[in-house]
Design a protein around this ligand. Structure first.
Ligand code: HEM
Length: 445
């Protein structure tokens, strides 16, 4: 018997459907509907049919087992306006080809070769700190991660421009957030102040990337970075089969932006959680002191810091930078007792799954030790997504994350400013709404 029943969910006669609830508090709305209707929920935003999946087995089906039935589709149309048709937004054979070119930049040996750059960027950031001063650790992490990304990927120092670039990205992502997933493309066509700001921000990022491409084309030196892979996929200065400058721009900007915004968000939440959990913080410091003995970390030290890695694992469980992953269905598909029609927008939320008591005991508690006896299970834990479109930069993210935590934590203790409000702002990433004001204290004083 053919199943043909849409899943249950909240109904409304308003033409825009649940757009307002969704935009006002996307996480709260998703949480409410799964609690009321179960693991497969259906609701509408305007003409768009949305299905929210809240079970790791169903999420595995969409992202991995039956991934051919899905594309990133409509939700990424808006992102495409900023970063073009690069590895994050493209589909099918074209995506596969681009992924093959880019993948070597994230192989283990390559990522290990980035360690000195990572540690150097963290050290430079700390040099600007003074005992007891208040910093916005989100800004610090974002600026540092953007400088790191510039050096790792393009071998350029963007220290002077980093603030302006981070502001440009903030402007662009604020527009994504304001408009939420559906309908965002329309707004860009209107001469609204936010659309004008978006276009200016995009132009700023384009100038940066095209400048780097041009400099590199005029440079005879040999480089071993991502830009070389993009410019010369078959080896340095081989002009055959190269991508157009526009395609290189799309890939370069995609990798640059995806690299720094997510990692800095993960680190910001980690500093917050450490500052709120003295016992965990003490154990973290103890591991660093014991294993590093006051020396800056090197490649060889990474494996000696399992607790530091668990701290980051646990932080991304509670505050996954990517808190929801969307897909669009190309055909009708059956899931459980339902048939989800072709063209539906399927949402899967890392945030909801990671805090589900069915998979985690005391899910709201920050406890890195929960990972002592449990390996992260894909789709019960999926901050980097999963399946063929999983995060290509995951090895680099871990390397940057663990090394930044170790390098800073070795010398500094960070304290949340007592009246600083901490709230989530789910835009493209799950950011802290008011930044994260913290005071920095030398550990040896
Ligand atoms: C803590 C840090 C990071 C998190 C949480 C994260 C998360 C994710 C997630 C969830 C996806 C899948 C999106 C989807 O399925 O729609 C993704 C894709 C991607 N990430 Fe990351 N990411 C991080 C760091 C990085 C870094 C350092 C890079 C380096 C360039 C990177 C590059 C990418 C790229 C290129 C894709 C698209 C892959 C594809 O579609 O084939 N990410 N990331």
């Amino acid at each position: 018997m053919k199943k043909h029943r849409l899943p249950p969910g909240p109904k409304t006669k308003i033409p825009l459907g649940h757009l307002t609830d969704f935009r006002k508090d996307i996480i709260g709305f998703m949480d409410k509907v799964v609690k009321s209707y179960g693991d497969i929920v259906h609701f509408r935003i305007g003409p768009i049919r949305i299905v929210l999946l809240n079970n790791p087995d169903h999420i595995r089906e969409v992202l991995s087992t039956r991934h051919e039935n899905f594309v990133k589709g409509r939700p990424l149309e808006m992102t495409k306006k900023l970063i073009g048709n690069g590895i994050l937004t493209s589909e099918g054979e074209f995506h596969k080809r681009q992924a093959r070119i880019i993948q070597p930049a994230f192989h283990r040996k390559r990522v290990e070769s980035y360690v000195p750059i990572i540690v150097d960027c963290v050290t430079k950031m700390m040099k600007s700190w003074e005992e007891g001063e208040t910093v916005d650790i989100r800004d610090e992490m974002t600026e540092m991660s953007s400088i790191m990304a510039g050096r790792i990927m393009f071998n350029v120092d963007i220290e002077e421009e980093s603030e302006e670039i981070v502001n440009a990205l903030d402007t662009a992502t604020a527009l994504f957030g304001r408009t939420s997933i559906p309908f965002s493309e329309w707004l860009l066509k209107l001469p609204l102040p936010s659309s004008i700001r978006f276009k200016k921000a995009k132009a700023r990022l384009d100038r940066l990337i095209y400048g780097i491409i041009e400099d590199r084309r005029n440079d005879d030196g040999t480089h071993e970075d991502l830009m070389s892979l993009l410019l010369y996929p078959h080896g340095e200065h081989d002009s055959e089969n190269t991508m157009s400058d526009e395609q290189i721009r799309d890939e370069a900007i995609t990798l640059f932006l995806t690299a720094f915004d997510t990692t800095s968000t993960a680190l910001t939440w980690t500093w917050y959680l450490l500052s709120q959990n003295d016992q965990v913080e003490a154990e973290f410091h103890e591991e660093l002191d014991r294993e590093l003995q006051g020396k800056l970390p090197t490649v060889g030290d990474i494996g000696k810091l399992p607790f530091t890695r668990k701290v980051m694992t646990e932080s991304m469980r509670l505050f996954p930078p990517t808190y929801v992953t969307p897909r669009e269905s190309l055909e009708d598909f059956e899931i459980d007792q339902y048939v989800i029609p072709k063209g539906s927008l399927v949402l899967m939320s890392q945030y909801l799954i990671h805090r589900d008591p069915r998979f985690y005991e005391n899910p709201e508690i920050f406890d890195p030790h929960r990972w002592d006896s449990k390996e992260p299970q894909r789709f019960e834990y999926f901050p980097f997504s999963g399946g063929p479109r999983t995060c290509i930069g995951e090895p680099l993210a871990w390397m940057e994350g663990v090394l930044t935590l170790a390098t800073v934590g070795q010398s500094w203790r960070l304290r949340l400013v007592s009246d600083h409000p901490v709230e989530m702002l789910p835009l493209v990433n799950l950011r802290p709404k008011y930044g994260m004001k913290m005071t920095v204290h030398k550990r040896d004083e």
